[in-house]
Design a protein around this ligand. Structure first.
Ligand code: NI
Ligand code: MN
Length: 226
């Protein structure tokens, strides 16, 4: 599968010819000014929770692409009210077979409210089981014991975890999370965008390698094959 990083917790995946976009927040990200959001393709848009740094460009990209928005029921109801046509509501613990693979919506320990104050339901993360590999995107979350369940559901090839600390796990807890989920290949998200979450890249990558883990902090706009 192909991975493209768009900054903060926004990234695209191309799996079995389908374009999946996660947590679209680009145009208000000062680090992502060089990304042209009109060029981003999406058949599906996954939303982990309702905070502005995850949904900033959700409505505009969903309307332009006619993508199906996948997320907590409360968020997909809000999407319908915004005029988005295609949604797939989920709730924690549920899974669904999509054309590109199976998706399970799993616990995240965080909060969730949409920018206009609408209740966003529970925040979550996604486990994708596909022919091109298995991936876990935790969304914004604290380290949680629930992550120990994940190896029972999927043998992960890669996990996308926040490493910016303050609002989510930082590097030390993300390293513990990697142990819980039994995954050695980690892509970091949710760092550097604003003051509270600025990190030292070299030091963070070294912490992971000292723990026998590979952390990648991709350049915004860069593509990589996972
Ligand atoms: Ni958040
Ligand atoms: Mn966030």
């Amino acid at each position: 599968m192909k991975y493209t990083y768009y900054g903060q917790s926004c990234f695209g995946l191309e799996i079995n010819g389908k374009h999946l976009l996660f947590d679209p927040f680009i145009s208000d990200n000062p680090l992502a000014k060089h990304i042209d959001i009109h060029q981003i393709k999406a058949d599906y848009i996954f939303v982990s929770h309702g905070h502005g740094d995850h949904v900033g460009d959700l409505v505009s990209i969903a309307k332009r692409t006619n993508a199906t928005v996948v997320g907590a029921y409360e968020i997909t109801e809000w999407c319908l009210q915004q005029g988005i046509q295609q949604v797939h509501p989920m709730n924690l613990g549920g899974q669904w077979q999509f054309p590109f693979g199976k998706v399970k919506f799993v616990t995240a320990v965080h909060s969730s409210v949409l920018p206009d104050g609408t209740y966003g339901g529970n925040p979550g993360g996604f486990i994708l089981t596909t022919e091109e590999g298995n991936l876990y995107y935790s969304g914004d979350t604290a380290l949680t014991m629930d992550m120990q369940l994940i190896p029972r559901w999927a043998n992960l090839d890669v996990a996308i975890l926040p490493v910016g600390d303050n609002f989510t796990m930082g590097a030390d807890d993300a390293i513990l999370a990697a142990g819980f989920i039994q995954c050695k290949k980690i892509i970091g998200v949710h760092y550097d965008t604003f003051g509270y979450i600025k990190i030292d890249h070299e030091q963070t990558i070294r912490k992971f390698s000292d723990a026998g883990l590979q952390l990648t902090l991709p350049t915004i706009g860069a593509e990589m094959i996972l």
